[in-house]
Design a protein around this ligand. Structure first.
Ligand code: CP
Length: 305
């Protein structure tokens, strides 16, 4: 593969290879000396058209730990403000001969389109409600380390599935590795035909969480609900917010995940987010390792520096 545009393009063997490479990176990241020279001489551009805390900073740290020169393109200060298009911006950056461009964009499909216009590798760091492949990989690594494997686990993905690229990428990956995937949401926050992705659909937390091994909460993406149905936050939390009472429906050793950014008191209570079963900080740690694995794997398919 030259690009990583989604989990949809990966085989179970590709996923397992990336997770194994990420395990190596976890060990490296826990050492005092954290650098490798795998990407020395290579140039990485992070091009984020949407806000990010975790993804952008971890891609920057990942590239630097591997010895790459990393440039964070400041889209807000760029000539896009003067009317330059996404594709002209990409072509301009491409002329500077980067080896990899990491892209986040609010439109589904924009990253794949951009990948057709440049000579280097492209990594999708989230495109609209389509895919966020490195998030699904870091979630899988977190689950694997906590539970010893993924095959046969019951994973409940809860909340705003409609707007969630994280949910889509996780459904594809967890199904590929043999988990039972459930989604729990009000009908207004479920995409039409979601069953065709191979998930069981539940409309109450008590039914959907029953016996779940992993409870994955999603942020209510209020910014993507302009003009459409916007739930009352108080009512939403009462029915779909994860607190200790609802977590008790899941398996006794269930773990809790959230990709971040969290809306405390909207989709998750602090008692759970900061509680002993929360893996939210582990997810962030695994994010750096997974992004190192992705960058290294793509670099193996680039010409030698
Ligand atoms: N989970 C995630 O993608 O977080 P950021 O939006 O902060 O990158």
């Amino acid at each position: 593969h030259r690009h990583l545009l989604g989990i949809a393009g990966l085989s179970p063997a590709d996923i397992s290879h990336l997770l194994a490479a990420a395990e190596d990176a976890v060990a490296l990241n826990r050492q005092v000396e954290k650098k490798r020279a795998t990407l020395r001489g290579r140039t990485q551009i992070n091009l984020f058209f949407e806000n990010s805390t975790r993804t952008q900073s971890s891609f920057e740290i990942a590239g630097k730990r591997l010895g790459a020169d990393v440039m964070n393109m400041s889209v807000g200060n760029s000539s896009m403000k003067k009317g330059e298009t996404v594709l002209d911006t990409a072509a301009t950056l491409n002329a500077m001969r980067p080896d990899v461009i990491v892209v986040r964009h609010h439109a589904a499909g924009a990253v794949a389109l951009l990948a057709q216009k440049v000579d280097c590798s492209v990594v999708n760091a989230g495109d609209g409600a389509h895919e966020h492949p490195t998030q699904a990989l870091l979630d899988a690594l977190t689950i694997k380390r906590a539970k010893g494997g993924i095959h046969g686990l019951v994973v409940a993905i809860c909340g705003d599935v409609l707007h969630s690229r994280v949910a889509r990428s996780n459904i594809l990956l967890l199904n590929a590795l043999g988990a039972e995937v459930r989604v729990i949401a009000p009908s207004t926050l479920l995409p039409v035909g979601i069953e065709r992705m191979g998930v069981k659909v539940f409309r109450t937390m008590s039914e959907g969480l029953a016996g779940a091994d992993v409870v994955m909460m999603l942020r209510l993406q209020l910014e993507r609900m302009n003009g459409s149905f916007v739930p009352s936050v108080k009512e939403y939390f009462a029915h779909f917010g994860l607190d200790a009472v609802k977590l008790a429906y899941a398996a006794p050793d269930a773990v809790v995940m959230h990709p971040g950014p969290m809306n405390r008191g909207v989709e998750i209570a602090s008692e759970v987010a900061d509680g002993p079963r929360s893996l939210i900080r582990d997810q962030v740690e695994m994010g750096v390792a997974v992004r190192m694995a992705v960058l290294e794997t793509l670099a193996q398919h680039l010409p030698d520096a």
